[in-house]
Design a binder for this molecule. Structure first.
Ligand SMILES: O=P(O)(O)O[C@H]1O[C@H](CO)[C@@H](O)[C@H]1O
Ligand SMILES: O=c1cc[nH]c(=O)[nH]1
Length: 241
């Protein structure tokens, strides 16, 4: 049990999928995992552990934004023995040509948040994903014939950003999309000596002003969830730490 996670010791598997939405965590547990059991529900931020392809895996909501995600990730690592944190979320695309439903794999995450500078003596920290997790995600996607867009993303503190030029600036620098957690998650992983990655589905395009309808959203997210679970099972099967 930790301050914000009322799970017992050993309740969480070493690999945890982290969607922003706790109800999506519940959906993943109920629709995909076998023998799923709710292991945490403090503040309604549900966590579950079950089985996928013979491997024990967990899924828990991270909440929206870096402060929430960092808080849960830190407790999962420090008090619940978690070693691999896999964000599964949505993003708004900024790169021309990306389509709704496309899968984005974050190699790194730029940000307007100061959380990593606070950890890093005020310097810029290159918030990058774990190479073993990236490799497993890429290999698993290739085996399933799923195309991935791998590159830099932006984790914003503001969903309703006042800077209207931001999306063009990010596109000019080659970024793929905007979400709100990955840079903080990668900072936790670096500070705690564990692994983190972020797999995202394009839910809208911020320059083309398009958005998924609910049916597209469900189908697109289902592809991402299955890929994340398959990769997480491979990570558990091959885990060296
Ligand atoms: O789909 P999720 O994981 O919630 O991620 C995105 O959606 C939320 C904003 O609507 C933010 O958390 C953003 O990062
Ligand atoms: O535009 C978007 C879509 C998903 N998540 C975000 O943070 N922004």
């Amino acid at each position: 049990m930790s301050l914000h996670i009322n799970a017992a010791p050993g309740d969480f598997a070493p690999t945890v999928l982290l969607p922003g939405d706790p109800l999506r965590a519940r959906h993943i547990a109920q629709a995909y995992l076998s023998d799923a059991r709710e292991v945490s529900n403090t503040r309604g931020m549900f966590g579950f552990t079950g089985q996928w392809q013979g491997q024990r895996l967990s899924v828990m909501g991270s909440g929206m934004g870096i402060p929430s995600c960092v808080l849960y990730a830190t407790e999962l690592v420090r008090q619940h023995g978690v070693r691999r944190l896999l964000r599964v979320g949505t993003c708004g695309a900024v790169k021309p040509g990306l389509r709704l439903g496309d899968l984005v794999l974050a190699l790194g995450a730029s940000t307007d948040s100061r959380v990593n500078r606070q950890r890093f003596g005020g310097h810029d920290f290159a918030a990058v994903a774990s190479w073993p997790m990236l490799r497993t995600l890429a290999d698993t996607a290739a085996a399933a014939g799923l195309p991935l867009h791998a590159g830099n993303i932006f984790s914003s503190d503001l969903f309703y950003h006042p800077d209207r030029a931001l999306t063009s600036l990010l596109a000019d620098m080659g970024l793929l999309g905007i979400e709100m957690e990955a840079a903080g998650l990668f900072g936790v992983a670096a500070a705690e000596g564990v692994h983190a990655a972020a797999l995202l589905t394009v839910s809208d395009h911020l320059l083309e002003h398009t958005a998924m309808d609910p049916a597209e959203r469900e189908q697109g997210l289902g592809r991402m969830i299955r890929l994340a679970l398959d990769a997480a099972a491979a990570m558990e099967a091959n885990a060296a730490d």
